[in-house]
Design a protein around this ligand. Structure first.
Ligand code: FES
Ligand SMILES: [Fe+2]
Length: 339
């Protein structure tokens, strides 16, 4: 029911976009996902369950054996109609050197895509490399993405799960900890102790109430992304929105996106409730929700295990590393807000 509601909302927006197209204004179904999630936090926690996002990618009539391109939630997607008439979607970046497939024609009776840069071809059933100069078959893979067709439109879906977790520390400690990226290698199973450095770390205050830090992090062999993606680096975007919301968006080089939003409130002298959502564009089958939920809860348990050892009176720290910029900015902003 909730899925349907969110889907219907998307459809209404799409009707509007299509009407604009008919008036000669370009149809661009571009949505920046974190803002949509933040909006849901603003309207209230009850709406968290509505966070199953469907985005129109294209009109079915516009999809043919010539690859077309859509941009959704900061990701370029290639769409094509294959031999049996179905629509396939994949990340529009060749895994060899990142070229776009847009406007190329499918090969092998419309079952394969050929990259226009070095001519490598990929089977569109599973994305595996079919042939490429100097490469053996199957040594690379396109990132195939989930799509479905409804009402003459091609839809791309992100799947969200939500939950509530109690932690025996203050809400401030939890929010501070999520902004703190250098705890990842030490505290988390998915962290990379071999290469713990956040590369190209930049932190910016975007308004008196919002701040963001971006960096690249080397994928560890214990992270789920090591199995799901060929990406050597993860691009991480950490953000806070005062007073009580923080978010982390992780994107792989081959287009997998995971967004975690958390909203923490004190419910006792040393207990807080963390309301969280996790959105992803991989493992999107509802059957896999329990697996994703289990990983998220394990991650929060790892955070809880260290936070219960921290004295909240020292939460502001006696000194800071250069990678503590985001949480320091957030604390200053909270003070300015009178909290
Ligand atoms: S970038 Fe696609 S084949 Fe080289
Ligand atoms: Fe953590």
């Amino acid at each position: 029911m909730l899925i349907r509601r969110s889907y219907l909302q998307s459809k209404l927006e799409t009707e509007l976009a299509l009407a604009l197209t008919d008036l000669g204004i370009k149809f661009t179904p571009y949505v920046r996902l974190p803002q949509r999630l933040r909006y849901a936090y603003d309207v209230g926690l009850d709406d968290l369950n509505a966070l199953i996002e469907y985005h129109p990618a294209a009109r079915l009539a516009d999809i043919s054996a010539v690859v077309s391109k859509a941009r959704i939630a900061d990701v370029d997607i290639a769409l094509a109609r294959v031999a049996d008439g179905s629509v396939v979607a994949f990340l529009d970046a060749c895994p060899h050197r990142g070229a776009s497939f847009a406007k190329t024609r499918l090969l092998a009776n419309d079952t394969a895509a050929q990259c226009p840069y070095h001519g490598f071809t990929y089977n569109l059933r599973d994305g595996l490399l079919q042939s490429g100069l100097g490469c053996s078959e199957g040594c690379g893979r396109l990132a195939m993405l989930p799509v479905f067709v409804d009402d003459g439109l091609v839809w791309h879906g992100y799947r969200t799960i939500t939950g509530e977790t109690r932690i025996a520390c203050t809400a401030e400690q939890v929010l501070d900890n999520i902004c703190d990226n250098i705890h990842l290698p030490m505290v988390h199973t998915f962290g990379n102790r071999e290469d713990p450095v956040p590369h190209e770390y930049i932190a910016l205050r975007s308004s008196p109430h919002d701040g963001v830090a971006t960096f690249r992090y080397c994928t560890s062999s214990t992270s789920a992304f090591a199995f799901l993606s060929k990406s050597k680096y993860l691009a991480v975007l950490n953000e806070y929105r005062l007073p009580f919301t923080v978010g982390t968006t992780v994107t792989t080089e081959d287009g997998l996106v995971k967004v975690i939003c958390a909203h923490a409130r004190d419910v006792g002298p040393r207990e807080c409730a963390v309301f969280w959502s996790l959105t992803r564009n991989f493992m999107t089958s509802p059957l896999l929700d329990p697996v994703v939920d289990g990983i998220m809860r394990m991650t929060l348990a790892e955070d809880a295990a260290i936070l219960v050892k921290c004295d909240p009176r020292h939460a502001r720290g006696k000194f800071h590393s250069r990678y503590d910029a985001l949480q320091v900015m957030r604390r200053h902003a909270m003070r300015n807000l009178g909290r």
